[in-house]
Design a protein around this ligand. Structure first.
Ligand SMILES: [Zn+2]
Length: 107
């Protein structure tokens, strides 16, 4: 991994945690937080390592969010559709995609 890529990933984690005040956005838990990619990496330009595509989740709520990806969007708990996750952080797929394109100059 290049130094720039490492930096982009570090910035991604830091900026998402900072925006979400180091808490799971669903339950407020502060332990073992995970930065979840709302739209999967391979569906975003340059992997979508931007805060507009990231959300802080505890392990339980991360599992719930991941079920959307694992079932190809067919099954997921209520409130865990990517569009609902985007709404929680004041973003959207379009905003995330646009922001993600800015990563080009780092890759
Ligand atoms: Zn949680």
């Amino acid at each position: 991994m290049s130094g720039n890529k490492k930096l982009v990933r570090q910035n991604f984690r830091d900026s998402v945690f900072k925006r979400d005040r180091n808490k799971c956005v669903f339950c407020g838990q502060t332990d073992n937080l995970i930065v979840h990619h709302i739209t999967e990496r391979n569906l975003m330009p340059f992997g979508g390592y931007i805060k507009e595509n990231g959300i802080s989740l505890c392990p339980d709520h991360h599992k719930m969010a991941e079920s959307y990806h694992h079932s190809n969007g067919e099954e997921y708990p209520q409130g865990f559709h990517p569009n609902e996750l985007y709404r929680k952080i004041g973003s959207s797929f379009e905003i995330a995609q646009k922001a993600s394109k800015r990563l080009e100059r780092y890759s």
